[in-house]
Design a protein around this ligand. Structure first.
Ligand code: P1T
Length: 386
């Protein structure tokens, strides 16, 4: 008889955690030790040096693997450290096809760093059927998508991208930061690797930087694990502990983020000063049906909107009071920013224009505050145009 699998919220609280075996403490201790006593030369109980392995990091990785439905999870010091480790699976001359609308730092890592080591990249609009396959070459080893995308909230069909990648002997990696495993589990849809900036919803409180990779492929996991240790971009035990603490309320927070964001998106959609609202939960979103199919439980807490021009966008951003003007996203407090002037400055202006990242585009990370207060703040900021 197979054991019944516990639900998401239960696993977020219990997997890899539970009371401390030596004291019964309900909250696990933080293992700050950088090194571990060995019973004999080269004989130890699984831990030797914290860069290679650490009990607190292992608890976090066990919990993350369970939430994503993967066999292996690896934690890193930031989302970009995680992405870099995935890139180290490649060799000079290898080719990557990636979704053009991606976090600016991901673009910078591909274009300004990895390209120097002989890895070649092609940006495509992966929302268009056939676009990934059309860009693939003999040397394509990896397809990298983000969905929903940062900042345009476009949706890429994960199952179709996985089929396209696999047909050509490549792997599919999905940056699922905006969705979290509560809303979307790419491995179940055929992806080979899932990546998160855990700085965002997984941590949830704007107080810890982190990243992770999850896979069910044992051979890929072994190569990632080798590079995690060999390159060393690992998180501190304290950061791992903060992330475990954040994960315990992920399900609760995501429900509230989704409810608030949908209401904010509808409100903005009806506002005369707003030209376009991008939110996959709106029926008017071009990939709403796909989002409803591959996500469950909601459409996330990120909303972007377009105003007339850059001056209007800056005026509104500076008029918001409850939404803090800041980069980053995914925490309990609401944030707002201008992608073109803040998070995506490393994407060249002509490329920004090509992918539809306009000067009047604003991005909101809708927090878990009372909805009425968020709507009142948005209204007072937009009132400047009436
Ligand atoms: O910041 P870091 O933890 O290294 O994660 C990078 C990253 C990767 N992927 C996505 C989708 C992201 O949004 C980020 C980080 N993004 C921001 C800081 C931002 O404000 O968009």
């Amino acid at each position: 008889m197979t054991e019944r699998k516990a639900g998401f919220a239960t696993r977020a609280i219990h997997v890899g955690q539970g009371p401390d075996a030596s004291t019964g403490a309900v909250v696990q201790p933080i293992h700050l030790a950088t090194t571990f006593a060995q019973e004999g030369v080269g004989r130890h109980g699984g831990y030797e040096y914290t860069r290679s392995n650490n009990p607190t990091r292992e608890q976090l990785e066990t919990c993350l693997a369970s939430l994503e439905g993967g066999r292996h999870a690896l934690a890193f010091a930031s989302g970009l450290a995680a992405t870099t480790c995935a890139m180290l699976l490649l060799e000079p001359g290898d080719h990557v096809v990636y979704m053009e609308d991606a976090y600016g730092g991901t673009y910078r890592l591909f274009d300004k760093v990895m390209a120097r080591y002989g890895v070649r990249f092609s940006a495509v609009d992966a929302t268009r059927p056939g676009a990934i396959e059309a860009a693939m070459t003999e040397r394509t080893r990896l397809v990298w998508i983000e969905t929903p995308t940062n900042p345009r909230l476009r949706i890429v069909d994960i199952a179709a991208a996985a089929e396209a990648a696999h047909r050509h002997g490549a792997s599919l990696a999905v940056d699922s930061t905006f969705a979290t495993p509560f809303l979307q589990r790419p491995l179940e849809l055929g992806a080979d690797i899932v990546m998160h900036s855990s700085t965002k919803y997984l941590g949830g409180h704007s107080d810890v930087l982190g990243g992770c990779l999850v896979t069910s492929d044992d051979a890929v996991a072994a190569r990632l694990r080798f590079h995690q240790n060999a390159v060393g971009g690992v998180p501190s035990p304290f950061d791992c502990w903060l992330l475990l603490r954040g994960l315990k309320t992920l399900a609760l927070r995501m429900q509230r983020h989704c409810d608030n964001a949908l209401a904010v998106a509808r409100h903005l959609d009806a506002h005369p000063s707003v030209s376009v609202v991008h939110y996959p939960g709106l029926e008017s979103h071009p990939q709403h049906a796909l989002a409803a199919r591959q996500m469950s439980g909601g459409f996330g807490g990120m909303v972007s909107l377009e105003l007339e021009d850059e001056a209007a966008a800056v005026r509104v951003l500076e008029a918001l009071r409850l939404f803090t003007l800041a980069e980053s996203l995914g925490a309990v407090e609401s944030l707002a920013e201008h992608p073109g002037l803040m998070t995506h400055t490393s994407v060249p202006p002509e490329e920004r224009r090509r992918i539809g990242l306009g000067d009047g585009l604003l991005r909101l990370s809708v927090g878990v505050e009372d909805l009425d207060d968020l709507l009142a703040d948005i209204d007072q900021a937009l009132r400047r145009f009436e």
